[in-house]
Structure formats: C-alpha cells, structure tokens
Ligand binder design. Structure first.
Ligand code: PGA
Length: 248
C-alpha cells in the first residue's frame, strides 16, 4: 500500500515568520508511520526550515535543476537541496511548465536528478481546461507519464501528483468522480511500467481545503494531497494532515 502524503507547496509565498509558525506546529505533531507531512517553502527559507522544524514535519523544494552543477544562473542543484535536508522535490508543476517552458523531457531529467541525490520527486501532471473540454485528458496524462517508461526512474522512490490545471487556485476542487477516474487511469498507466504501481503514492492537487478534504481523503487511489493556498496557514494545513491521518 502507498504511504499517505500531505505536501504544502508555498509557491512564491511565505516569509521567515511563517516558517517559525510551522516550526512551532511541527513540535506539537506526532510522527505517524505511513504519513508524511511536507512543507515546500521558497528556496531562501529552506535553511531556516532545516534548523527549526521538528523531524515530524519534512521539508521539500519546489524545483531543482537537472545538472549536478554549472553555469546556470538562478538555478538550484539537487545536491544542494539534499544538503538542505529536503526529502521531496516538486517537479514539473504546471506553473513551471507554463511560465518557465518546462517540457516533459526536462521533467524526466529533473526527476532523475532528485532521485540521484536521495530525494523523492513529486511529479506533477494534469490537463488544462481546453484539454479537458476537448476530451484529451487521458492523452495528456499519458504523454506526461510516458517520461517514466524508459525504466530509468526508481519507481520505489516516486510520487505522482494529479493536478488538473483548471482546478488549481480556482477555489473549487475537481469533482470526486473526475478524481477517481483520473487516478485509476494513472494507476493503470503505471501498472504498464512497474509491478509495484500500488506502492506509488498518488496525490491530488487543486484547491484542496479543510472543507473539502474529508471526502477526498477517502477516495480510491488518493494517497494524499499537494496543496497550495491552504498550506500557508498552520490551522488549515494541520486539518489536512489530520484528515489523511484519520484514514490510516
Ligand atoms: P492550490 O494549489 O491548492 O492553491 O489550488 C495547488 C498546487 O498548485 O499545487
């Protein structure tokens, strides 16, 4: 069975004071076997998170470069993220694909870089509104997942996050039926690449909030959530962690 994960992606939000609030929260958390709670703050806050979070709250990064080191102004290597004690790296978020031109092949290379330095890539996939309207969501997901088909990635150290682009930041998450259908499809695609597809955590992302998490946490093939807005407040984030914890 896949472990449960609740990951907060702060995007370009959050300040030092916010890290302090989450550090306080981390000290009150119980370490729950089979549930990872993760905060992915902006890069400059990783050091503070490393030195102040209790180990019950894991640290993740929002991106990494595919190369080990070199002349890449503004980029961050996976090796440095490992030194910052990151356990996870969000890879191929739709905002990276949209605003930074990240291609599926770049996503593949970044995922391998993260794994090479002992971190777990959370590979984000998801169709946009037009693709859903045109009935192309399966083809889109299939293409995005195909980067894993060459067998180079370690399936034992991988997370896939389904984030329909139209639900991100919209305030309304996708319908239960759409999520169930998409996650079953993703699982079936992964089953063609590995025998252990059931162990790969599948997260849903897109307007997950305290008031819609309870049902989400009980849907088939939903092993957790990748959360933007609702991960910025300790009170909201803790409710999401509790909801998934209650399913164990
Ligand atoms: P949201 O963002 O929860 O604010 O919709 C999710 C994401 O982009 O990961």
């Amino acid at each position: 069975m896949a472990k449960k994960i609740v990951a907060g992606n702060w995007k370009m939000n959050g300040m030092s004071d916010d890290i302090q609030l989450f550090a306080d929260y981390s000290k009150s958390m119980n370490v729950v076997d089979q549930l990872d709670a993760v905060i992915c703050p902006p890069f400059p806050l990783l050091g503070q998170a490393r030195s102040s979070f209790h180990e019950s709250l894991l640290i993740g990064a929002q991106d990494c470069h595919h190369d080990v080191a070199g002349a890449y102004t503004g980029d961050i290597s996976a090796q440095l993220l490992q030194q910052m004690c990151c356990s996870y790296v969000v890879i191929g978020h739709s905002e990276r694909r949209q605003y930074h031109g990240e291609t599926n092949d770049m996503v593949r290379q970044k995922a391998l870089a993260a794994q090479n330095f002992g971190m777990t890539p959370m590979i984000c996939i998801g169709e946009n509104f037009d693709q859903r309207q045109a009935g192309e969501w399966q083809a889109t997901l299939q293409e995005q997942l195909n980067i894993l088909a060459d067998g180079k990635v370690d399936f034992a150290n991988l997370v896939v996050a389904y984030e329909p682009v139209w639900a991100i930041g919209s305030g309304a998450r996708a319908e239960n039926s759409d999520i169930i259908e998409a996650h079953a499809f993703i699982r079936s695609q992964l089953a063609q690449m590995t025998d252990n597809e059931g162990d790969i955590p599948l997260l849903y992302g897109g307007s997950v909030k305290p008031d819609n998490v309870a049902e989400l946490s009980r849907l088939a093939n939903v092993d957790g959530a990748l959360v933007g807005g609702a991960s910025l407040k300790v009170g909201d984030f803790s409710q999401l962690v509790e909801a998934f914890g209650a399913t164990l």
